[in-house]
Design a protein around this ligand. Structure first.
Ligand code: FAD
Length: 603
């Protein structure tokens, strides 16, 4: 996740110091060698300047070396941007600025906020040099790239480089595939998986027993099925819950490190959320990418699938567009669709809403999404075009918080939620739909999660691995020594907040919540400093998608498998019903990604 890397950025990011072949003069330059007789009047004072701006994760600091008439070098000194997701921005933006001698270059898709942060930091430095910003902020002409056609053949072609696609790639190679091509339309792998809080639900008796947590696969099944309002296909739920722990061990075998403690991510309904040591979802992608590459998977980034190729009723390949290529990717054994959901496409979400938990009437008009921008539902559309059946499309999930408002913890055990009047209004360990629907009824449709210092570790990283101090600096999290100060800072009646906290602590003691029926308990919230994180519901997960059987074969309108076509991950429907339990999606993508990779190899 967010890791600050002072100077070290020299190695990963850049120090681009080179002479520009094409002169891009900053207006007229004063020529000191000829006694200043020329008309040159550059305003630049050559030297090194430090520029600062805000990125996605916190401040970005750059050093820009200005020559007499041009930018001669850019070095990123410090940033807290999301590791991996922001990497293409750090690789490309400074180089583009150098190459074009303007800060007005295009942002890199998938890491727009980091791109803008880098551009603004460089701009800040360039401005300090006295340069003419009409020149160094000039807009670039768009350049059309001529594309050539290319055909490639592999046994397996996988669309989508998130957790499901990568799990499927590794699994198909484990199951004997001699060649696998995985395409990802964004400049970096990861999709929603890398943004995830990282929670993976699996009954893990060894660790749970050590914490005194009673659990069973039957309970996980029951909670998943009933928590999803009994809409899901029970056979798929059975596969998910019975194989989740095996997925944990499988990832561990490829080097994934798990935290010792099992928690309960918001909406999980029970303490069975396994959490990785690496922040957010980075651990999953790091480990799976390495395993896939080690086994010989070919990964094509910035390559977007545009259609499935069907011959004689069988899927035999994929049409795709790269930056400079139009691909025909032939798949000898089959194609696995792992393009994720469509919660970044509100129009598509609304199109299918009918009588689920959320309807066209109760879904707020202006609603943000937690999703990566690539999650547009293309896999579903492409598969429907060749006759695939979709199910549960009316069921979507809102997360009770946007993706940048996880705060100190995405777990519920050491927190309570208050509305802007300072009162609790819902059981914090309830289903996500329950929390979101209750939140809509609160003033401004918002709430604060309240925590105390007991959950803040010495290194001041949040549970998801973010730097708490960056979140405080950005205003995402408010910190105060006392509840009175906290109430003042967030403009909530102090008497209400204190009374709510006192009552909540008495419930913690008795493990009984007579008001809302909460069942998951942590410690009392009574040790300052105290923390408040403002949150509100956001489009999060699309439970509907391609109809699959337990072998991940995609079914047609007649409910028979479409030969050669497989799907795994959020692109599928039938696993989570009308409401997904928090932490069940990561288990889903690993369990079903592995099955898809096995099935495509005929095993
Ligand atoms: C902020 C956030 C936090 C979350 N936290 C958790 C959590 O803690 N626990 C949990 O269980 N779940 C969590 N989830 C849900 C979970 O992360 C996702 O459901 C899951 O990662 C989806 O994995 P996937 O592989 O199916 O899709 P993704 O990981 O989204 O990958 C799909 C990939 O396909 C690519 N793609 C799409 N269309 C095309 C195309 N036409 N051509 C080529 N590539 C394409 C996309 O760019 C994307 O990279 C979270 C989700 C979000 C957004």
């Amino acid at each position: 996740m967010k890791s600050s890397k002072r100077i070290l950025a020299l190695f990963i990011c850049l120090t681009l110091v080179f002479s520009m072949l094409v002169g891009c003069s900053n207006g007229q330059q004063k020529d000191e060698n000829n006694g200043g007789e020329s008309e040159q009047t550059s305003s630049i004072k050559p030297g090194k300047y430090i520029g600062k701006a805000s990125g996605y994760g916190g401040p970005i600091e750059v050093e820009v070396e200005m020559g007499e008439d041009k930018i001669e070098g850019i070095t990123v000194l410090e940033h807290s941007e999301t590791v991996r997701i922001s990497a293409p921005a750090f690789e490309r933006i400074p180089k583009a600025i150098m190459d074009n001698q303007t800060v007005n270059v295009d942002a890199v898709s998938g890491c727009t906020a980091s791109s803008v942060g880098i551009k603004m930091a460089v701009k800040d430095a360039v401005e300090q040099s006295g340069a003419d910003m009409d020149i160094f902020n000039k807009k670039l002409e768009k350049q059309e790239v001529a594309k050539t056609d290319e055909e490639k053949t592999a046994e397996v072609v996988i669309i989508g480089g998130g957790g499901a696609g990568l799990s499927a790639a590794v699994s198909s190679l484990e199951n004997g595939a001699k060649s696998v091509i995985l395409i990802e339309k964004m400049p970096a792998l990861g999709g929603n998986t890398i943004l995830a809080g990282g929670a993976y639900n699996a009954v893990n008796p060894e660790k749970q027993k050590a914490q005194g947590i009673e659990d069973s696969i039957e309970k996980h099944f029951q909670q998943t099925y009933e928590g999803g309002h009994k809409v899901a296909n029970p056979e798929l739920v059975k596969v998910l819950t019975e194989n989740a722990l095996d997925g944990v061990k499988w990832l561990e075998g490829y080097g994934l490190e798990w935290k010792e403690k099992i928690g309960s991510v918001v909406g999980a309904m029970w303490e069975r959320s396994n959490q990785t040591v690496e922040p957010l979802g980075t651990g999953y992608i790091n480990v799976l990418e390495k395993a896939a590459l080690d086994k010989g998977c070919e990964i094509l980034l910035e390559t977007k699938a545009t259609g499935l190729i069907m011959e004689d009723g069988k899927i035999v390949g994929v049409k795709a567009e790269g930056i400079d290529k139009n691909y025909t990717l032939k798949a000898e054994k089959g194609v696995i669709v792992a393009t994720g959901g469509y919660a970044a496409n509100p129009e598509m979400v609304r199109k299918y809403l009918s009588d689920g938990v959320y309807t066209k009437d109760n879904l707020p008009e202006k609603i943000v999404s937690t999703n990566a921008p690539g999650l547009q539902g293309e896999g579903i559309i492409m598969a429907e075009e060749i006759g695939a059946k979709v199910i549960d499309m009316e069921h979507i999930q809102l997360l009770p918080m946007p993706g940048d408002k996880f705060g100190p913890s995405i777990n519920v055990e050491h927190s309570f939620f208050i509305n802007k009047e300072g009162n609790r209004y819902v059981k914090e360990d309830g289903g996500r739909d329950e929390i979101c629907l209750a939140t809509f009824e609160q003033p401004d449709g918002q709430y604060y999660m309240i925590n105390d210092s007991k959950i803040i570790p010495e290194n001041r990283l949040t549970l998801s691995g973010e730097k708490l101090d960056n979140l405080i600096a950005k205003g995402t999290v408010v910190e105060a020594d006392t509840l009175d100060d906290l109430a003042k800072a967030i403009n909530v009646p102090a008497e209400n907040l204190k009374a709510t906290c006192e009552k909540f602590n008495s419930y913690v003691e008795s493990k009984n919540d007579p008001e809302f029926g909460r069942a998951v308990w942590g410690e009392k919230i009574d040790k300052g400093p105290f923390y408040a994180t403002l949150r509100y519901p956001a489009l999060h997960h699309t439970m509907g998608g391609l109809k699959i059987n337990t072998k991940c074969e995609v079914l047609g309108q007649d409910d028979n498998p479409i030969p050669g076509l497989y799907a795994a991950g959020e692109v599928t429907g039938g696993i989570h019903g009308a409401n997904r339990l928090g932490g069940n999606a990561i288990a889903d993508i690993v369990v079903f990604g592995r099955i898809a990779g096995k099935s495509v190899m005929g095993k």
